[in-house]
Design a protein. Structure first.
Length: 120
């Protein structure tokens, strides 16, 4: 998977696939037309691009993912932290929380995550 990146428009299209997979290319075109206002040619162009990136595969008119939505966005997050904060999750959290306060629920969730990680 050489290029695990997507723009905003590609992400909306990818979400249609992830929510409905396996999905026929005909159904994908129809949903893209209804939800995004796209023509058939636009849908197939974007699908080909995402297949070339190794995110999806179109076999015999059926589109499925090679990588799950969760795994894709986890890789995106990891890449962002690596490139922007030299891979430091604490530096990322410090920057993030300097502009947005965490709720008590979010703090508790993070504590549980750390505790589970320590147990492993």
């Amino acid at each position: 998977m050489a290029d695990l990146t997507m723009g905003a428009v590609e992400s909306k299209f990818a979400d249609i696939i992830w929510k409905n997979e396996p999905i026929s290319s005909a159904a994908l075109v129809k949903q893209s037309q209804e939800l995004l206002g796209w023509k058939k040619s636009t849908s197939f162009t974007v699908l080909r691009r995402l297949c070339d990136k190794g995110i999806f595969v179109n076999q015999k008119g059926t589109v499925t993912s090679v990588i799950s939505r969760e795994a894709f966005y986890a890789a995106q997050s990891e890449r962002f932290v690596k490139e922007t904060f030299d891979g430091s999750l604490p530096a990322f959290l410090a920057a993030f929380t300097s502009k947005k306060a965490l709720s008590p629920e979010e703090i508790e969730y993070l504590r549980r995550m750390v505790a589970e990680y320590e147990e492993e």
